[in-house]
Design a binder for this molecule. Structure first.
Ligand code: HEC
Length: 165
């Protein structure tokens, strides 16, 4: 997973840089295939990654938000809307507000980790803690009272670890 997302990020950077070099793009030598502009090879600078840079890329695929609300706003609100009201547009995004499917934590945890139909799997970008927290957030907001209420059940990071592939 990580090497792939690194490739995507790096090719994204390469595409972003293309217009800058397009006017004077070096052509590969017909005989050797080597890319060089006559005698100006020293113009090219090689990017040397330092430890800190690599750590940044290694973590880029992970979301750093902490707490259910922050994760919800960063990841979920774009589809399910800020108040969990859902949306009908290019697709159907179910409302999480007043949603009885959230009564028990197992179902939302499973959907978040594995995805379901048009909802992408998010298990690889969220930690066990983040999934548990956002699960409890949607189960205790938007008119839902399944965490603290009578017979309430809180999702735990262990619950999340249990459904990971
Ligand atoms: C790219 C859009 C998208 C994102 C981002 C997204 N969802 Fe979804 N979600 C959907 C769609 C579409 C469905 C309906 C899936 C289906 O048809 O079964 C869904 C279904 C769900 C369901 C099941 C609802 C039900 O009534 O069965 C839950 C719970 C849920 N999402 C929670 C979340 C949470 C929490 C997040 C953020 C961590 C999130 N979703 C992020 C699009 C999204």
């Amino acid at each position: 997973m990580k090497p792939l997302s690194l490739t995507i990020i790096l090719s994204g950077l390469a595409v972003a840089a293309l217009p800058l070099v397009a006017q004077d793009r070096p052509k590969p030598d017909a005989a050797t295939g080597e890319i060089a502009r006559s005698g100006q090879r020293e113009d090219f600078r090689t990017f040397e990654a330092e430890d800190g840079d690599l750590a940044y890329f290694a973590d880029a695929a992970r979301l750093t938000q902490e707490g259910g609300e922050a994760v919800y706003e960063a990841v979920c609100a774009g589809c399910h809307m800020p108040e969990g009201e859902g949306a009908v547009g290019a697709g159907m995004y179910p409302a999480l507000a007043g949603n009885e499917m959230l009564e028990f934590p197992e179902y939302p945890i499973y959907v978040i980790v594995h995805g379901q139909k048009a909802m992408p799997p998010l298990g690889s970008i969220l930690s066990d803690e983040q999934v548990a927290e956002v699960t409890n957030y949607i189960r205790s907001h938007f008119g839902n009272d399944y965490v603290e209420g009578e017979d309430g059940i809180a999702a735990t990071p262990e619950d999340v670890a249990g459904v990971r592939p």
